[in-house]
Each structure stands twice: as structure tokens, then as C-alpha cells.
Design a protein around this ligand. Sequence first.
Ligand SMILES: C[S@@+](CC[C@H](N)C(=O)[O-])C[C@H]1O[C@@H](n2cnc3c(N)ncnc32)[C@H](O)[C@@H]1O
Length: 348
Amino acid sequence: MTGKKIDEKSNIYSYLDNPVDGGCFVRILTIQGWAFSVTGEKVEIDILMNNELFDTITITEKRDDVKTAFVDFNINAICGFKKTYQKKDIIKYGETFNVAARIKDATGHEKMLGPVIVQKVDSIPEGPIRANYGLVWDAVAKTEETARHSVSGFANLDEYDRAGRESVEMFKSLVGIHPEDIILEIGCGVGRVGRIIAPLCKKWIGTDASKNMLKYAEQGLLEGHKNIELIHTNGFDLSDVESETVDFVYSHFVFMHIDEWDRYIYVKEAYRILKPGGKVYIDNINLCGNDGWNSFITLCEIDPACRPPNISKTSTPEELYMYLEKGGFKDIKIIPESLVVSGIGTKP
Ligand SMILES: C[S@@+](CC[C@H](N)C(=O)[O-])C[C@H]1O[C@@H](n2cnc3c(N)ncnc32)[C@H](O)[C@@H]1O
């Protein structure tokens, strides 16, 4: 959850998540936040543009993060607000204008969020490009906590550990893990999976384009494990790894963050470094699955100016099949699930 702001006099707690001060948009402006009154009074939100009343909205969104953060108040999880406005509807406010949200409860108490300054732009403002993988992911992995959160969606250590174990169980059932195996991960992050797989194999090699990720991987991994090697890669190939030296290569929760060409290049690199008979595993969010489609639709709502460079992009089952087939793999198996599609193949 983002910050919390408290107005003790009015008993209104609230926060504006979006827009942020200095934010910009190309197509749509999303106003999003949360608000509740500790007395349980219903709240409404006046949206102000350049200090003029523009719209009044109500609470509609479920915010489990807020409910958890304010557990003592036993509030309703439906305490969020969100509305998007098209550029054409707010053009009259000029190129740069201010946005505020006035929260009101039924007893006449008020609380002001903002104003924040936003800017309309005609093209995407400059920022780090997606394919600058190392820099983009170093920025994500500024602290150990943000790094851990970004690789699994969990900052909580127990959840993070459970998710890592689930991944390893999946590899065991799909391809098998053997004590003599040399295993390499493309995009290993902080070693969420590596720390669990390493004790089960001869050697685990973690590769990643982000030095920060590898720094946290090293701190959390190397102690107690002598069969681990971490390699900082250029984000495009595995040129530091010798051909035909590895038994199993996997890339888990990485393809959504990289471009199609780089996905395929990694599949070809996996083929090169695998011994004959070695196996590869790749996955991505499944555009053709129900949950995968929902995740795609959710991201449609993000204004192009606000899309992070590492935003998740999906794959279809056919796309993964194509990479594996054209990459030379045999015995290809594609597993399309509701959220994730995965593919495995064997080097003949
Ligand atoms: C969502 S995390 C997943 C980490 C890990 N596979 C896991 O399941 O815990 C994505 C990882 O891929 C790395 N990454 C992103 N682009 C990459 C690229 N082109 N080459 C290698 N690693 C990359 C990031 O630095 C990050 O550590």
C-alpha cells in the first residue's frame, strides 16, 4: 500500500495514488486513491481541476491493502475510488493543470488531497527504454525488499519462500531434477528459485541482466551453498556460458518483461548451451487464458505515458511453440493455463 494521510479532526483517512505530482498523460487521466471515515460515514469525492469542481465520484474499488493496513479500524475493503477521464474531456484545462480530490463525509467533514500538477503530452516522454534491461531492473531492485517483491509479487518472506517452493515442485514434475544436473536460470532475480533448487542438483547457475538483483541474490544465496555461480549478462544472450555444458535451462517469469526477439534469442541460446538430451522450460502470461486476458485488459487502462518499461507483455501458446520448434527443440509440450502458458522442449 502507498502512504497514508490522516486528518484527526475529521476522522477521514485518505490517499491519492494517482496522479502523482509532475505526472503526465497522453490519452487518459486516471484519478485513483482510497478514503474512509473512521466513524463509518459514507464518503464522496469531489474531483477538482484547476480548483474548479469537475466531477463527484463515490467509493467503488476493493482495497484489501488498505483494509490490512488499518486492521484496527475493521473497515470495509471497498474503500477505493478510481475514475478515468479522456483527454478530450479535460482539454479545456490547458497543457498543464492541477488536480485535487476533496473527500467529504456525511457529517460535513472534508479533507483535501492535492493539488498535484499534471501535464498533457503529445508523445511518450523520454525514459529508460525496455531493452535497456540492466538499467531498468537495477532501478526496480533498489532495495532488497523491492527486488524480492518484484520477482514474485511478495515482499513477505513466508509467501516468497512458498512461491519459490511451488516453482521447484513444478520443475520436478515437468522435467525432473537430478542430483547430477547442471541447471541454469535466465533472469534469476534474487535467487528465489535458485536457493531451493541448488541443494537438489550438482550446480545451479543464475544469470541476470541486473547487477542489483545479483547483489541481493549473492547476499541471500551463496552462504551455505558451494554449488552456485552467478553471471551478470548483457540481457540478450548467454555468451559467457560454454556450449553443451548444461542439463536444464529455465526462464521463469521473465519473458513478459522482454521483447519477442530477445525471447527467441534466449531460446536459441538455451539450445546452444544444453547438452544433447537437455531440457528447456520457458513461460509467460497467457493472452489466450481467462486470467491472462484479464491481466492484459487491466494494463490497457494504463495511460501510455505511465507504462513502466518493464510492463508485462503476454505470449500466446503458438508463440512459445514457434520459438521452441524454430529453435531446434523436439518433444515440445505447451501447457496453456488460465494465467500462465509454459513450454518445454528437449535438445535432440
Ligand atoms: C519477475 S523477475 C523473475 C525472477 C526469477 N526468475 C524468479 O522467478 O524469481 C524478472 C527477472 O528477469 C531479469 N531480466 C529482465 N530482463 C532480462 C534480460 N533481458 N536478460 C536477463 N535477465 C533479465 C530481471 O532483472 C529480473 O531479475
